[in-house]
Write a protein that binds this ligand. Structure first.
Ligand SMILES: [Fe+2]
Ligand SMILES: [Fe+2]
Length: 190
């Protein structure tokens, strides 16, 4: 067992918090249908405070520290940078072919962008709450955006927890893991 694998715990911990925050969206369609608009507004405000704070910081840490640390170890001869282990790296069937085309790290970066796009759609629907909550078109747009954020962020977190982080622990040596932990601000010297 490598000594510094726990350096990745900070990322797993952030993922757990993310999954917890997504629960704020679970009752949204039911609450809207029953006119519990203030409750929806309050939960969305809590969710957006998390998104604009911790989630943004977490994505930045991954994009600026974690992914660059993996570029070289995962570099292959061409666009297929899968280190000879294509199927287990990609996690979802639909993403395997994309991995072959653009490389595994690009998949994670693309996920982040798709999540931000869905968040933007949810934010604009959120800002409209209160204007005409009974408009079925508005409700559909709000519920669709909420479901999209829930699915995209939830599946991205699962992919990172089940595929990316174990891969990081496997391909980086103890020294590299310790350096990564320090860069992420983890107590890697424990
Ligand atoms: Fe991520
Ligand atoms: Fe993450």
């Amino acid at each position: 067992m490598k000594k510094h694998v726990e350096a990745l715990a900070t990322l797993s911990q952030a993922h757990l918090i993310g999954l917890e925050k997504l629960e704020l969206l679970q009752e949204l369609p039911e609450d809207m249908a029953n006119g519990r608009v203030p409750a929806v507004q309050e939960r969305l405000a809590t969710l957006f405070a998390f998104i604009d704070g911790e989630l943004r910081a977490h994505f930045r840490q991954e994009e600026e520290i974690l992914f660059p640390a993996l570029e070289e170890p995962l570099a292959g001869p061409g666009p297929i940078t899968l280190d000879g282990e294509e199927p287990d790296f990609c996690f979802f069937l639909f993403c395997e072919s994309a991995c072959r085309l653009i490389g595994p790290l690009a998949i994670y970066r693309r996920d982040h962008q798709m999540i931000w796009n869905a968040i933007d759609r949810l934010r604009s629907a959120w800002l409209e709450i209160g204007r005409d909550n009974s408009d079925p078109e508005f409700r559909l747009r709000l519920e669709h955006a909420a479901a999209e954020v829930e699915w995209l962020l939830g599946s991205h977190i699962a992919k990172e927890d089940e595929v990316l982080l174990p891969k990081v622990a496997e391909i980086l040596d103890d020294q590299e893991l310790a350096e990564l932990g320090l860069a992420l601000g983890v107590g890697a010297s424990r």
